[in-house]
Design a protein around this ligand. Structure first.
Ligand code: DX5
Ligand code: ZN
Length: 229
């Protein structure tokens, strides 16, 4: 039997960033956003060193873990990364990604994440070159492209990221590996389709979702936009 998979449907995933959630009601916030259709929870970790802001750590990851069944996707904006990786794995993270600038030994840090039983990702800032990917594709489950400079929610999408998304899409397709292509920063209902057309399949959105009164309405509108791709 001939199977034509050239037109296989891309599975799109929406990963709300709790950076824009109400931290005083975090358990309720993550339950509500999952009930609204979130595919994973994006967990932004900032250290006031690698990025100029300070957010949440493993204790908060552990606290929300019992509230949701979906994967917790930990985005480390910290330097160094190795010491904190096992703590997040123990706190229930499913996926851990870090910026190459945050590790002296990228291959070792990726292996450490996998040894801890998590999926591993590498994150590229808007101006960070992609060369490092040549040597680590076999250790990656996710590539995250920042479409803003990391450190804050609510910034505007940087348009030249679209070219970079297309370049990474080609690299992933050429590798034949099962690697998610995630985009983070300024993702909204009105640009998500364009970002998907460039090649992304996983979308982080903070202020577009948690800043709004009806999470279901936003996520449904994002899925409707993605259905046009
Ligand atoms: C920025 C964070 C993002 C941020 C996205 O450093 O990594 O995850 O929360 O927020 P929005 O969607 O508001 O740009
Ligand atoms: Zn993030």
């Amino acid at each position: 039997m001939l199977i034509d998979d050239t037109h296989a449907m891309t599975i799109y995933r929406i990963a709300p960033s709790i950076l824009s959630a109400d931290f005083a009601r975090l358990g309720e916030e993550v339950r509500n956003v999952v009930a609204a259709g979130a595919d994973m929870i994006h967990f932004d970790v900032m250290d006031n060193h690698y990025v100029p802001n300070l957010t949440i750590g493993p204790l908060v990851c552990e606290a929300i873990r019992p509230h949701v069944q979906v994967p917790i996707d930990v985005h480390l904006m910290v330097k160094p990364v190795d010491r904190i990786i096992p703590d997040f794995a123990k706190a229930g993270a499913n996926l851990i990604s870090f910026h190459p600038e945050g590790s002296e030994h990228i291959d070792r840090s990726l292996q450490l994440i996998r040894d801890c039983g998590c999926k591993a990702g590498l994150v590229f800032n808007p101006a960070t070159p992609l060369q490092v990917l040549e040597n680590v594709m076999d250790k990656l489950d996710l590539i995250l492209l920042m479409s803003v400079n990391p450190g804050f929610g609510g910034q505007s999408f940087i348009p030249h990221t679209l070219k970079k998304i297309a370049a990474v899409r080609r690299l992933i397709d050429e590798s034949g590996r099962d690697i998610l292509l995630q985009v983070d920063g300024g993702v909204k209902i009105d640009n998500i389709a364009e970002i998907a057309r460039a090649g992304a399949d996983t979308f982080v959105a903070g202020s577009a979702i948690f800043g709004k009164p009806d999470y279901t309405a936003v996520i449904n509108a994002m899925r409707a936009a993605l259905a046009t791709v």
